[in-house]
Design a protein around this ligand. Structure first.
Ligand code: URA
Length: 435
């Protein structure tokens, strides 16, 4: 078999066999097939698409490209959660301690930022000393001990996805249904949880811009998980504007902490309650969505979810004091308002552009090797439907570099559409559906 023929077949719209998929996945993982050939194949997949059979084969080949974790040493139904990625998506930071405080063992594997979206590991590293590079034994022991652990994708876990994910990030081949579904599900299957709750984003800040595409992605992933014997649920949620108000690593950590203190933004709190109630249901810790929501609200109001976050941060080497004193988290040297050029209603926000503003400020990666600035980002003052007066701040940029701040400010203004009419509201709010 030759990689050249596989690229050519896909470029011409052919369907790859299981053997051909395994050939390129295994060859790339072993370093025998170079980045440039796999980049060409990814672009061919992007334009020609993959069938359901190809997507399933790609998922299994990537899941089996390394170790398949055995979590049977952890008591109870282990639940993992994954988001398809968005802007200001700090959900795992608040949700996982909430769910763990309700008794569901959270054994989660997280990733870093991708494209214009952030990643949980980068955010968690805002806690000085925090590390997700923990061994399998420590991961298992910690879940048994305190009910929650988050690890990064190790070199042994779905290594094919690890390489492909980084390559896709810099070759404009992220936003394809099959590539996203196989990337997420290969990691989730290899990470060994019994149940998986997926947060599939839709809108201008998501990889799936259209709701119908997000639904198709959700169905594909639920099918893959179910076929592999894992209880899999997907929630489709809005990403047509940033989630909450904070975008940027440490700023999002602060917003997640505020949410665990009962002072979170409404949309973000609702998303945590919806995903959390599904996690409690598949984790067999609640009988109904209603009772699960009540339980989750209780662990916020009695402080046990916040305490769980502190325990978790401390267990993974982070400064747990920062949970109670967020001023200990990284902070930017410059904070500047971006003001509205006219009065009116915010009609639309190009959400991915807001993610790019954070990237320009230094909060994301331009290349695989870039270092990121955890302190920078932005806090939105106005969201869709809000009224704004000319000269009023739309957001505050947090920066460590004046030039980057100016560039991000210009780009930010282009992302907002302000008009005379107040836009209509989608009565469904942030949750568009559950599968
Ligand atoms: N998240 C992933 O893990 N993989 C993708 O391809 C996109 C989002």
């Amino acid at each position: 078999m030759r990689m050249y023929d596989i690229i050519m077949k896909k470029r011409n719209g052919g369907e790859l066999s299981d053997d051909e998929i395994r050939f390129f996945v295994d060859g790339y993982t072993r370093g025998e097939i170079p980045d440039y050939q796999v980049s060409a194949l990814m672009m061919a997949v992007f334009f020609q698409k993959m069938s359901k059979a190809e997507t399933h084969a790609l998922t299994m080949a990537m899941a089996h490209s390394g170790e398949m974790l055995d979590l049977s040493a952890i008591r109870g139904v282990k639940v993992d959660k994954h988001s398809t990625g968005g802007v200001g998506d700090k959900t795992s930071l608040a949700l996982t301690p909430m769910v763990a405080a309700c008794g569901v063992p959270v054994a989660k594997m997280s990733g870093r930022g991708l494209g214009h979206t952030g990643g949980t590991i980068d955010k968690l590293e805002s806690f000085p000393g925090f590390s997700t590079a923990i061994s399998k034994d420590r991961f298992i022991a910690q879940v048994n001990d305190i009910g929650i652990a988050i690890m990064g994708q190790t070199a042994q876990l779905a290594p094919a996805d690890k390489k492909l994910y980084a390559l896709r990030d810099v070759t404009a081949t992220v936003d394809d249904l099959s590539l996203i579904a196989s990337s997420i599900m290969s990691k989730k299957l290899a990470a060994g949880a019994d149940a998986i709750v997926l947060d599939v984003k839709t809108g201008s800040g998501a990889f799936m811009k259209k709701e119908e595409d997000a639904l198709a992605l959700a169905r594909e992933m639920v099918d893959i998980g179910t076929a592999a014997g894992r209880r899999t649920v997907a929630v489709i949620s809005d990403m047509d504007q940033p989630l909450g108000r904070a975008v940027g690593n440490a700023l999002e950590v602060k917003e997640a902490i505020a949410t665990l203190n009962g002072q979170g933004p409404e949309d973000f709190t609702e998303l945590c309650l919806t995903l959390g109630s599904r996690m409690l249901l598949v984790g067999e810790k609640a009988e109904s969505v209603e009772s699960a929501r009540e339980r989750l609200k209780q662990v916020i109001s009695d402080g046990s979810a916040l305490k769980k976050l502190a325990e978790f941060v401390g267990a993974q080497g982070g400064d747990r004091e920062a949970v109670y004193h967020p001023e200990l988290l990284p902070a930017a040297s410059v904070v500047r308002p971006v003001v509205a050029c006219r009065s009116g209603y915010v009609q639309h926000i190009a959400c991915d552009e807001i993610g790019i503003c954070s990237l320009i400020l230094g909060g994301g990666r331009e290349t695989k090797e870039s270092a990121i600035d955890l302190a920078v980002g932005l806090i939105l003052e106005k969201k869709v439907g809000d009224h704004v007066e000319e000269g009023e701040p739309l957001a505050y940029l947090h920066a460590n570099d004046e030039d980057k701040c100016a560039a991000a400010g210009e780009r930010f203004l282009q992302a907002y559409t302000i008009g005379d009419e107040q836009p209509g509201r989608d009565e469904r709010g942030i949750i568009k559906g559950v599968i």
